[in-house]
Design a protein around this ligand. Structure first.
Ligand SMILES: NC(=O)c1ccc[n+]([C@@H]2O[C@H](COP(=O)([O-])OP(=O)(O)OC[C@H]3O[C@@H](n4cnc5c(N)ncnc54)[C@H](OP(=O)(O)O)[C@@H]3O)[C@@H](O)[C@H]2O)c1
Length: 281
């Protein structure tokens, strides 16, 4: 079975660098997709309260016969629950949906600086409680910009273990990534394939042909060699397998540079800008 490297987090825990994402997988398909991923060797699953499929992730893990401790599971606080009491209830609900007594990693899904009087600091301090009581082994954030991270550093005691941000060849998000690197915050790259769009890029296709690999493998390998944590989503068993086969080849430095050169900055962004995201539905 492929050996997935681990990344050491700033709190001493470690996370498999490659996992399986379940965003936009309908609940009725989630248990089967997660089952396939676990069977192929994935040991890291990324879900969220917002995705509506935490229950099925927990079911798949229990059905797999693996021990709870063998699989790293992340979930995230939904946008409607930033106030401390709501966050406490939402976290209880996440554990109950998953059927677990702890998660490996719990994240604030979005900073929402235009909501809750811009107060994501008390939300973060609430996540610190979950870490202190052991129900979240690690805590982190998602979609935080540099100024949001600086504010946490100034006003709180615990540095996020990770920041999960949109990052792929069309949006390198370099300012946020390098802030993380300088401050011990691991970068998780969401939509690592830009939901499939970058796989048609001629540069990616050419590198893939030369390496006798698929475009998805080239893009995911690029992430891995840059140190990003990734969890591509697929409901197609053959792709779930393909996305896991990344550790028996290497891209040359020149190819990494060419892929870096595909960055389109803000024009390459797929999702909302974190400063403006205000959806709580
Ligand atoms: N924190 C956040 O705000 C946030 C936001 C978005 C995503 N995420 C996380 O990041 C994970 C991944 O991002 P994502 O789901 O948006 O997008 P993604 O992983 O970049 O792309 C998924 C899409 O690519 C296709 N695909 C996957 N592997 C492929 C392959 N080998 N060849 C061709 N096509 C392939 C999938 O199709 P099929 O399924 O049809 O095979 C699906 O349409 C999510 O599942 C979630 O865990 C987090």
């Amino acid at each position: 079975m492929t050996d997935v490297p681990s990344i050491q987090l700033n709190d001493g825990n470690s996370i498999p660098q490659l996992g399986f994402g379940v965003f936009q997988i309908p609940p009725e398909e989630t248990a089967e997709a997660t089952r396939v991923a676990l069977e192929l060797g994935y040991r890291h699953i990324d879900t969220a309260e917002m995705y509506g499929n935490e229950r099925e992730v927990g079911e798949a893990l229990r059905a797999s016969g693996l021990d709870r401790g063998e699989v790293f599971v992340t979930s995230k606080l939904n946008n409607g629950y930033h106030r401390p009491d709501d966050a406490r209830r939402a976290f209880d609900q996440t554990l109950s949906e998953l059927g677990f007594d702890y998660v490996d990693l719990f994240l604030i899904h979005w900073p929402l600086p235009t909501l809750y009087d811009g107060d994501y600091v008390s939300t973060w301090k609430t996540l610190e409680e979950f870490k202190a009581d052991g129900r979240a082994r690690s805590i982190g954030v998602s979609n935080f910009e540099v100024d949001h991270l600086e504010r946490l550093a100034a006003e709180t005691d615990v540095v996020p273990a990770v920041n999960q941000i949109e990052l792929h060849p069309y949006l390198l998000n370099e300012e946020v990534r390098s802030y993380g690197e300088e401050h011990g915050i691991a970068t998780e790259a969401w939509s690592p394939l830009k939901q499939g769009e970058v796989l048609r890029d001629p540069v990616i296709v050419e590198i893939a042909e030369r390496a006798a690999r698929t475009p998805a493998q080239v893009v995911l390998r690029w992430h891995v060699q840059r140190g990003n944590i990734v969890f591509p989503k697929s409901t197609t068993p053959e792709r779930i397998r393909e996305n896991f086969e990344l550790f028996d080849f290497e891209l040359e430095p020149g190819d990494i540079e060419r892929i870096n050169g595909l960055d389109r900055g803000e024009a390459g962004r797929n999702g909302p800008h974190p400063d403006r995201m205000a959806y709580t539905g």
